[in-house]
Design a protein around this ligand. Structure first.
Ligand code: ZN
Length: 65
């Protein structure tokens, strides 16, 4: 049974790293102000890390994709 559990753990690790590699990069600190419009980025949003745009600009950007 230990082998099955180990294999399951390996699968979970692979899945997590796969998801992380595909997720947007949240490395580096967030900006205090939006790089597009200069609006303050809310502290709760900054806390996520790597935020460079306000909610409005980010949603516009994501709609464009
Ligand atoms: Zn903005």
């Amino acid at each position: 049974m230990a082998d099955d559990a180990d294999r399951a753990n390996d699968n979970i690790d692979l899945t997590i790293s796969h998801c992380l590699s595909r997720a947007p990069k949240f490395d580096g600190p967030s900006l205090a102000e939006c790089m597009e419009c200069g609006e303050d980025i809310p502290a709760r949003r900054q806390a996520v890390g790597g935020r460079t745009r306000c909610v409005d600009c980010q949603s516009v950007l994501e709609r464009r994709r």
